[in-house]
Design a protein around this ligand. Structure first.
Ligand SMILES: Cc1ncc(COP(=O)(O)O)c(C=O)c1O
Length: 379
């Protein structure tokens, strides 16, 4: 089946009693047993729930994996995937990894005995040189947040394979509609389903999808043991959102392309970070491993911080807000918002400056969005 069909038809028809077309929500925390030996296959919702299973089936199919766990947030998905490692393991991660992931890695997981090297992963020599005898994992996030650097999936997987390390890819920015890391040899994919997969800014959630049964079983065990699974209602909302993923992404990335071109030619803008622009350093790579360029972009204004702040505060259609991937356009200032949890040195290494503005392009009409940015840039 094609992607759009899978989105709509996987994980449905769970209701054999009334034949509802839409997967029902089973909010029950517990399920009664037929006798002391047998039950319906469900006993307690932390461990398993039919609505959550429907979502997990759906997301595993979309990413081409064998198993999925749907978690309460994207960060719980990161935590779940990272629980595959043990103290003493060394992990290589991108220098401009999402700020919350950076905080978990550099503080909590470092306190728990894991070690990390944060490198510019567009530089394959740097990735290679970061490998240590204890390297057990390589964390990939591509395109990166907010600098939109594109990491060569196949090449990094090859370096990890030679090191005997597991690869995990945060695929939040593109969704499986535009990129399927497992097809490039990545072992585990994670998502903040809060973003494009749900797409309507009305739920926080996450997912971890595995390529092999061994990893799928371990991740499912960890998710239950750590208590990370999402609620049935949240699973139902995400399952509803994912049905329109393909057409939302098509429309949002078409808008993003127009906005990127507009910003690229604007005299107040120093630089635009969008892989769809021919000038983007990894434009050719993006064309080979992505099915599109996505709807996230960042730009540096020429006049520095006060200008960046004014653009954010004077835009009328773009709400100044964290998050991304919803149907409404958002604008943000990474230094005080998404990447505030990163140290100033960390931000500097990642290339995030106080003139960088990030935009999540929504489904509004592109003419209205461009007119709004135009007046904000003139302010
Ligand atoms: C790339 C990326 N990964 C993970 C997360 C964490 O997801 P959540 O906020 O759903 O916990 C985010 C959140 O912004 C993100 O942008």
């Amino acid at each position: 089946m094609n992607f759009e069909t899978l989105c709509i038809h996987t994980g449905v028809h769970k209701d054999t009693q009334y034949n509802s077309v839409i997967t029902p929500i089973y909010p029950s925390s517990t399920f009664y047993w037929n006798d002391l030996e047998t039950n319906s296959g469900y006993d307690y919702t932390r461990s398993g729930n039919p609505t959550r299973d429907a979502l997990q089936e759906n997301l595993a199919a979309l990413e081409g994996g064998v198993g999925c766990v749907a978690t309460s947030t994207g960060m719980s998905a990161v935590h779940c995937a990272m629980a595959l490692f043990k103290p003493g393991d060394h992990i290589i991660a991108p220098a401009d990894v999402y700020g919350g992931t950076f905080r978990l890695f550099s503080q909590y997981l470092t306190e728990k005995g894991l070690t990390f090297s944060f490198v510019d992963m567009t530089d394959l020599t740097a990735v290679h040189e970061a490998v240590e005898p204890t390297t057990a994992g390589v964390w990939i996030e591509t395109p990166s947040n907010p600098m939109m650097k594109v990491i060569d999936l196949a090449a990094v997987v090859e370096i990890a394979r030679q090191a005997g390390a597991l690869t995990i890819c945060d695929n939040t920015f593109l969704s499986p509609y535009l990129q399927r890391p497992l097809d490039f040899g990545v072992d585990v994919v994670m998502h903040s389903t809060t973003k494009y997969i749900n797409g309507h800014s009305d739920v926080v959630g996450g997912a971890v999808i595995s390529k092999t049964q061994e990893h799928a079983d371990r991740v499912a065990w960890l998710c239950n043991a750590l208590g990370l699974a999402c609620s049935p209602f949240d699973a139902w909302l995400v399952l509803r959102g994912v049905k329109t993923l393909g057409c939302r992404m098509d429309a949002q990335q078409a808008n993003a392309m127009k906005i990127a071109r507009f910003l690229d030619e604007h005299p107040a803008v120093e630089r635009v970070y969008y892989p769809g622009l021919e000038s983007h350093p990894q434009h050719e790579l993006a064309k080979t491993q992505q099915q599109g360029f996505g709807a996230m972009l960042s730009f540096d204004v020429k006049a520095g911080r006060s200008m960046a702040e004014r653009v954010c505060m004077n835009s009328r259609l773009f709400d100044v807000a964290e998050s991304l991937g919803g149907i409404e356009s958002l604008i943000s200032f990474p230094v005080t918002m998404s990447h505030a949890s990163m140290s100033a040195e960390g931000r500097q290494a990642a290339g995030i400056t106080d003139k960088t503005v990030r935009v999540s392009v929504g489904l509004e009409h592109s003419d209205d969005l461009i007119a709004d940015l135009s007046q904000a840039l003139a302010s």
